[in-house]
Write a protein that binds this ligand. Structure first.
Ligand code: URA
Length: 434
């Protein structure tokens, strides 16, 4: 049992640029989770961490303490019909529906994918919100249901239970209202405590970079990726990260049911080229990390086996994969302002437009509209004609069209015909353990 430590002393250590001891970290996280460290004390400590950072040893121990605040799941391959576990986490972006085709695809290749996901907040969508647009689908499973589905279907996407890293739930809420979200050690320990507690043996991180992402510049994204890869590795999880572009939205849709439709197209062997490319790149990384590098995920996408797993995965959680997806009551077309080549399509603006149309929420308890969102008719590099549709906006509440169209008007850059945009590759870099 850890000895009582004084909260003010812990805050002062970090305020003065010192290194927190293991005992201080274990105590402060456990006492905060129990309600014995006050919210104002934890806010002061979070701000001191944001300003002064943490060493690798401190972030490791902080993450360890957050994992120990709840349960750590055991997912031995023997309990899963021999399937090794492998998971993916994305730091979030606009139109990022990759988990939907990816989880069944990787399961179709022989791995088990235990994906605990969240709901969206702000301009990026949440995987559970997307799946909840499927009639009957439920996000909450019991522990036994989770294990049975993982063993029999190979993929589960569901909500994390309350006893998984409860310290993080409390701390994340506090950081959200105290301007302390943007600390790399706090982000890394928050994400990794949940992923390590989930029990996966291998993990691939998709760290997004650009206007539609949490990390706007490559340097900070790389630092976050390196911190998370080190944390996973230090905890015995085979972890790699891809840094991927989020200057432009992924695919041609942003919005819950619209993104499910696009994901199903990918599982049918079609879909936008960027969504297919990233799905396959992440699948290859997940399989390699799980020791299944010999399997080609492109084959499983083309031969329909990933689609079969998707259908079984949806049905296992009460969903009807054949039910028509909800559609918004109203649509509105936004035309291209001029002839030329589309050279810029700002991800953040598209995300804000989808959010304003009702696809996202401002506060955790807000409802989302399943059918709301933005359909893009062109991506950078395409030739567009002035007056022809560039976007179609979808919502149940048409009074939202004007504000959504307004943000989109600033999202588009059109260059004279014959121009060729300087587009970054989708996968910008790969970060491995050092
Ligand atoms: N997502 C998380 O889970 N935690 C953070 O701190 C930031 C993003």
């Amino acid at each position: 049992m850890s000895q009582a430590v004084d909260a003010v002393e812990v805050i002062a250590t970090k305020r003065d640029g010192g290194q927190l001891s293991n005992q201080q970290i274990d105590w402060v996280i456990a006492a905060y989770t129990r309600g014995e460290v006050a919210e104002e004390q934890m806010s002061a400590l979070a701000m001191a961490i944001l300003l002064n950072g943490m060493t690798r040893a401190e972030v490791f121990r902080w993450t360890e303490a957050m994992i120990s605040s709840g349960v750590r799941m055991q997912l031995a391959p023997q309990a899963l019909g021999g399937r090794p576990t492998t998971d993916k986490h994305s730091t979030g972006g606009v139109g990022d529906k990759i988990t939907l085709p990816l989880a069944p695809l990787v399961a179709a290749c022989g791995a088990a994918v235990p994906q605990l996901s969240g709901r969206g907040l702000g301009h990026t969508g949440g995987t559970l919100d997307k799946l909840e647009s499927i009639a009957g689908w439920r996000a909450t499973l019991t522990g036994d249901e989770f294990m049975a589905q993982l063993r029999e279907v190979g993929a589960v996407i569901c909500a994390a239970s309350d006893d998984l890293a409860p310290a993080d739930k409390k701390l994340y809420r506090l950081r959200d209202v105290t301007g302390t979200v943007e600390s790399i050690p706090l982000i890394a320990s928050s994400i990794m405590s949940k992923k390590i507690a989930e029990g996966t043996g291998a993990l691939v991180l998709d760290v997004k970079v650009g206007s539609g992402a949490f990390m706007k510049d490559l340097g900070r994204a790389r630092e976050l990726a390196e911190t998370m890869v080190a944390l996973g590795t230090d905890h015995g999880v085979r972890t790699v990260a891809l840094l991927t572009d989020m200057q432009t939205p992924l695919g041609l849709t942003a919005g819950n049911a619209l993104e499910v439709r696009e994901s199903v197209e990918v599982l049918q062997g079609g879909g936008p080229a960027d969504v297919v490319e990233l799905t396959l790149a992440l699948a290859s990384e997940m399989l390699e990390a799980a020791g299944l590098a010999g399997v080609d995920p492109a084959d499983r996408l083309q031969d329909g086996s990933a689609m079969d797993v998707w259908r079984r995965m949806v049905q296992a959680q009460g969903g009807d994969p054949d039910a028509p997806l909800p559609e918004a009551r109203e649509t509105h077309s936004v035309p291209a302002p001029a002839d030329g080549v589309l050279v810029g399509l700002d991800a953040h603006a598209v995300g804000v437009a989808a959010w304003r149309l009702g696809a996202g929420r401002a506060r955790k308890e807000d409802p989302v509209q399943a059918g709301a969102g933005v359909v893009m008719h062109a991506k950078p590099g395409a030739t567009v004609r002035g007056g022809e549709p560039l976007f179609t906006l979808h919502t149940d509440t048409p009074e939202r069209f004007e504000r959504a169209a307004e943000v989109l008007s600033a999202a588009v850059v059109i260059a004279p015909e014959g121009s060729s945009p300087d587009l970054p590759p989708l996968v910008l870099d790969r970060v491995v353990a050092r």
